[in-house]
Every structure is written in C-alpha cells, then in structure tokens.
Design a protein around this ligand. Structure first.
Ligand code: ADP
Ligand code: MG
Length: 688
C-alpha cells in the first residue's frame, strides 16, 4: 500500500483544477494520467523572452515582449486570409499582429484600437514588415511584469497549449510533499544536490538548474537499482535446489570440438552457482557465435545428471526449433529426452510432452514462453535457461520463478554486448559471466560499406555468389510506420530478386508471417534449397546456416550498431570467408558515416557497443523502448550512465546495513520506490 503522504501526487490528473473532458484526451495521449506524471513532465526547452522598449532593439526570430499600440485592423475579404492588427511601438515603428482563423472578435477585444498592450510572441520578418503571428500574451500594461523573461516549454499534444500545460504542471508540483532524504548524506553533500522537493520545483523554473535535474535523475536511477537489489536479496532468501551432477552424461557427450577456455571458465561459474541452495541468477553475455548454446547444454546436463529437469526458453519460434534441433543432434545416443513446445504445438504430441514433463521422463524442454504456461507442470524443474534476455522482462523472470515450489536456478543468455555500466542499469540484480573468447578458426567477417547508388553491382555480385553454390541473406530496412510496411518492403525487394534469380531460389520471411509458413521458409533455406533469404530483422537472433556467407543489409544507417552486429553474426559461422555489405542512402550524416565505418573496422561486439554508446547515447543500447521495462522518465541515457555506479553502490550499502529498509533512511528509500512505482520490490520486502 502506498503511504498516504504520496496520495496527493497520485490523484488522477482529471481531478485537478480546470481539467475538463476536453483536456482528458490530450493528457492521456501524453501519458500524463496523474499529478505525479505532470510533476515529472520536465520542460523540453525554454522560452527566453527579450523584453525591449522598441522594435529596433529586438531581434527577429526570437521571442520578444514589448508595449505596442493598436492603430488599425485589417480583415481581408477572404475568410481564409488572416486577421491583422496594425500596431506601433513607442517610436512609431510599425508591426502587424496576425491571427489565423475565422473569428476576429476576440483579438479585437484583446487589443482595442488606440490602446496600449504588452505583447509577447515570436518576432518575424515578412518581406519588409515585422510581424508576430499568434502572440502568446497580449495583456494590459499592469500585468506585463507578471510575464516572465523565461518560461518552460513542455511536450504537448493536440488540444493542449503550453500555457495550460504550465498551469497543470504547477498543480502537479504543488502536490509534491516534502519527503525525508533517502540519499546517503555523504553523497548528497559531495554532489551539492538540493533536496527532492526543492529540486522538483527548480527544474520547472530555471533552465540552469543542472544540479536539481541531476538530483531527480539520480533518484530515479537509485530507485531502479534499489528495486533490483531488493529483488536480488529476496531471491537469495528463497530456497533453491543445490545441484551437483556426477558427470555421467557430460563424460559421454561427444563434441566435434574442444570447449574454449572461456566456455570452461563460465561453465565452472555456473556449476558453482548451481551447487548452492541459493538459486542461481546469472547473466551470460557472449557475442554472437561465442558458443553460448554449449554452455547452456552443459548446465542442462548438470541438472539432468542430478535427476532434475531443465527448461530452455527461446524468444522466437524459429530459434526454439533451432535450439531443439541442435540439442537433439548433440545429445544423439545419450539417454536424455528432449521435447519441443511452442504455442503452435497442439494435440497428441503436446499431450505426451506434458505428461512426460509431469512424470519426469522428459528431461529437457525447449520452447517459447508456452513452456511456462499454466498447463505445463514439471516434476522437478531445477534449471531454466533463457536465451536472448533482451526480449524478456523482469516480470517474466518473476513469473518463471513463481512456477516452481522451490526456485529453479536461472541462467539468462544474451548476445547483446552491453557495456558494463549499462549492464548495471538493466541487470543489476544478476551475477554476470562473459564469454570473451571466440571458438578458434573464426574468420572475421569482411565488411564493406557501399552507397546504394551501386545497388546494381551489389546484385550482380550476389548473383555470382549464389551461382557458386553459396547462400546469402538480404535484410530489408525497418520502415518507420510499422510491421505492415516492413513486410511490404521485404516483399517488394523479394519480388525484384526473384525476378532476377528465379522464384525457386529466393525466399522471404517477416515478422507477421504465420509461424508454420516462416518455419517452412527457414527450413528450406537451412537445407540449401533456397539460396537467398530476404528478411526483415526476424533473422536477427540466433539463426545458424553455415553455408550462408554473404549478408546484405539495405539502408544500414537506419539500424542500431548493436543490431547490425547481430545481423552480421548470421554469417561467418562456417570455415568459409564471409562478407557483409552495408548499403546506405546518399545523404549520410557524419555520425552515420562514423558508425558504419566502425562496423567495417571491427568485429568486436563489445567495442562496437562502447562506441555506439559514445556516438549515440545509451537509449538504444538499453533498448528501453523495445522492452518496455525500466523506463526512465527523468534520467536521460547520459545521466543514467553517469549516475548508475553511484546509485548502485548507494543502494547496495543501504541494503547491507538495513536489508528490511526499516531504519529512517530505509523508510525514506521506500518512499522513493513508491514514488517511482517500483512497488513490486516493496512487496518482496514485506513478504520477507
Ligand atoms: P551463440 O553464442 O551465438 O549462441 P552458438 O552457440 O550458436 O553461438 O555457437 C556458434 C557456433 O560455434 C556453433 O556452430 C557451434 O557449434 C560452434 N562452437 C561452439 N563452441 C565451439 C568451440 N569451442 N569450438 C568450435 N566451435 C564451437
Ligand atoms: Mg545463440
């Protein structure tokens, strides 16, 4: 239950003064549903109003404010032409005040002929004439002083003006209570930050309030870290199942290669975790092709050797099927039963899988989220492996652990090379392992950056490539409007390429295709019947076809670097030399150029991630938009990066001293969690 002191902040914005039905819609569109949302709706810019006495002193293109006298009205005959008020300053210099729209009644009332008003708005030059279109203030002289030289500008939506928004934000801010300090006193003093309440007021009044903004950003980041820490502490209090396999399965496993040193090291870490009665919560980061699947398999076998069951969760149908196939291949001849379960598996096969899981005869289940649905019950689930975490959220993680009586060990694998600081923001509650060594013999992918003006040459090269018996991917750009358009772009490109290379050699996959159809195409490509696979980014993760050694990405500048790196990871998986062609449009910005050049320079995913971070900020890497969790409202990606370590340490220190958040500072920190709606963490606290 939220503490009463915060209730005023969490009242609905429709209950605020002056919010009628007309404002409800725009507020909803902006996500400003409660007073707190308004209070946290930070200015995106500031109007700096130049107050002058004479037009001659004013700069055009700027917001100005000065006293004018109305001399004449000019309503032209046409209803679509604007209504003009001719006016002059104290020196007699002329200016027009322009209003568009039918009704000239209210401008006339606002600014009667022969009278003086203080007028503020953007001063523009139109031919030889000065004008202000739709001034933001026309007031009697006595009120001029009340119009500030500086005003915050807020994000708006149709149906709400900045003036209205300013009033509403002010109401939101006014509902903010004074709260006890949750920041560690030493840190607070060192940073010279104002208190929370004061900071909230300042950010709406002063564009120079850097410390106040920073403080609020910190609060948000701190709340996120503290919530993760609480989750971690709570999962550590849970009872897990200590697992120590005796090696009888792993010893007979026949691999065509020796594990890399990194694979051995990481596996040792996992084995160590699984042997504990505290459930494992480990993130495995490994670049594309670093061999995460083998690590997963070893962990799963460890579980099975000890008489337990393992679940292997993939983000997509295609990947689930592929993991299933590769596990089956690696486990051939071993007494281990592996089943596949996706949303599409129905009927008898599904029933028998479910029975096998319930009676324990099925050892490993591979699948999509279907494997954690109600109907699936395990006899003894001791390990869950999640591949490609960035598609899953913390909530799914919680769901998963709720499934078993005793919490299964959890291994989360991701190929997204997240820089260390950002790992904290997203996975602060997990231990992290890195596969930082590639299997031997990998050749770096030869990457070229090519203008799409040379599309024809690229297509010719592609023709030679597939005529030589090799396969290729062609990835189509993401289109702004959404999946339907992505699909259309892919289909259109496929049509052109089919025309060229023959319909039987070119396949196409995109996100909205029915699963079975998608699998059929992937299957045809994997088996080599299809030579060229045209795709949207659905092939981004995991797909493994070693004979595919050419990757062409159209409009590469529209992809994130991390995403390009993932895409490129689809090739270079065999012993053949592989190529990646990054096609780009004609008008590349400097940054876009630098980003693509970096792809050409290095195959190192971590370096790419670090550089991408430097070149475009953390937002994209964090994937905040996609994943919909850990959304930060006050902290910019740059601030997150700057503040995360301090927040992490601060939260950890607090938890070490006061794990129940019972001390005065602990109580204050609880308020901070409520304020940023990390309530889920608090429920874990009180339930012990
Ligand atoms: P990812 O980390 O991207 O999931 P995979 O597990 O799919 O990588 O492994 C990529 C490829 O490398 C697979 O074909 C796999 O069989 C192979 N591989 C994995 N480990 C090794 C190793 N130690 N030596 C040689 N090849 C390996
Ligand atoms: Mg993989």
């Amino acid at each position: 239950m939220r503490p009463d002191i915060l209730n005023p902040l969490f009242t609905e914005s429709t209950a605020l003064k002056g919010v009628g039905a007309a404002l409800a819609r725009p507020l909803e569109r902006l996500g400003l549903l409660r007073a707190v949302d308004l209070a946290f709706h930070l200015p995106v810019a500031w109007i700096e109003r130049q107050k002058v006495r004479r037009l001659a002193e004013a700069e055009t293109g700027r917001m100005v404010g000065l006293v004018l006298m109305a001399t004449d009205y000019r309503a032209s005959g046409s209803p679509r032409a604007p209504f003009r008020i001719h006016a002059q300053d104290e020196a007699g210099d002329p200016i027009s005040i322009v209003y568009f729209g039918k009704n000239s009644g209210w401008p006339r009332k606002l600014f009667p002929l022969g009278e003086m008003r203080f007028v503020s708005g953007r001063l523009d030059r139109f031919g030889d004439d000065l004008q202000i279109v739709h001034p933001d203030h026309v007031v009697e002289l006595g009120e001029a002083a009340a119009i500030p030289e500086r005003e915050p500008v807020y994000g708006l939506s149709e149906g709400i003006t900045n003036g209205r928004m300013r009033e509403l934000v002010a109401q939101g801010v006014a509902r903010a209570p004074e709260l006890a300090e949750w920041i560690e006193p030493g840190l607070l003093a060192r940073k010279d930050w104002p208190g929370w309440h004061m900071a909230l007021g300042m950010v709406h009044q002063d564009p120079g309030a850097r410390l106040a903004r920073e403080r609020l950003a910190y609060d948000e980041v701190f709340a996120g870290q503290l919530a993760l820490m609480v989750m971690r502490a709570s999962s550590r209090r849970r009872r897990g199942i200590p697992i120590t396999g005796d090696g009888h399965l792993r010893d007979v496993l026949k691999l065509p290669f020796a594990p890399t040193g990194a694979q051995r090291r990481v596996f040792g870490e996992i084995e160590g975790d699984m042997a504990q009665s505290i459930p494992m919560l480990r993130l495995l980061q490994g670049d594309v092709g670093s061999g995460k699947t083998l690590v997963a398999l070893m962990a799963l076998l460890n579980a099975v050797e000890a008489g337990g069951q393992g679940a292997f969760l993939a983000p997509t149908e295609i990947l689930a099927r592929q993991h299933f196939a590769s596990l089956q291949a690696m486990l051939a001849g071993l007494p281990v039963n592996v089943a596949l379960l996706t949303g599409r598996d129905k009927g008898k096969a599904r029933q028998s899988t479910l029975m096998g899981l319930a009676d324990g005869s099925m050892h490993i289940l591979v699948g999509t989220h279907a494997i954690f649905q109600e109907a699936v019950s395990y006899r003894n689930l001791v390990l869950a492996v999640i591949d490609e975490q960035h598609r899953f959220g913390v909530s799914q993680r919680l769901l998963l652990t709720a499934k078993a009586e005793r919490t299964p060990h959890l291994l989360v694998m991701t190929a997204t090379p997240i820089p260390r600081t950002l790992t904290l923001a997203q996975y602060g509650d997990m231990d992290v392992s890195r596969l930082d060594e590639m299997p031997p013999g990998r050749q770096p992918v030869d990457t070229r950056v090519i203008s799409d003006a040379r599309m024809e040459e690229v297509i010719e090269g592609l023709g030679r490539h597939i005529d030589a018996g090799r396969q290729a991917y062609w990835v189509c750009p993401l289109v702004e409007q959404g999946e339907a358009e992505d699909e259309a772009a892919a289909e259109a490109r496929a049509a052109i390429l089919r025309n060229r290379f023959g319909a039987d050699r070119v396949g196409v996959v995109h996100g909205r295709m029915p699963g079975a159809e998608k699998d059929a195409v992937m299957e045809a490509f994997a088996s080599g019947r299809l030579r060229l696979l045209v795709a949207t980014t659905v092939i981004e993760v995991g797909v493994d076809v070693p004979n595919a050694t050419l990757m062409i990405v159209e409009a590469a500048e529209r992809f994130g670097l991390a995403q390009l790196h993932q895409l490129r990871g689809r090739v270079g998986r065999g012993d053949q030399r592989s190529f990646c062609m990054l096609l780009h449009g004609q008008n590349l910005s400097e940054t876009a150029r630098a980003r693509l050049a970096l792809m050409r320079e290095t195959n190192d995913g971590f370096r790419i991630a670090e550089e991408d971070l430097r070149l475009r900020g953390a937002g994209e890497l964090l994937g905040t938009r996609q994943s919909g969790e850990q959304r930060f409202r006050l902290a910019s990606p740059e601030q997150i990066q700057e503040l995360i370590s301090a927040a992490h340490d601060d939260a950890r220190l607090l938890m070490d001293r006061d794990g129940g958040l019972d001390s005065p500072r602990g109580q204050a920190a609880r308020l901070c969690l409520y304020l940023f709606e990390r309530d889920a963490a608090i429920s874990l606290l009180s339930s012990g």
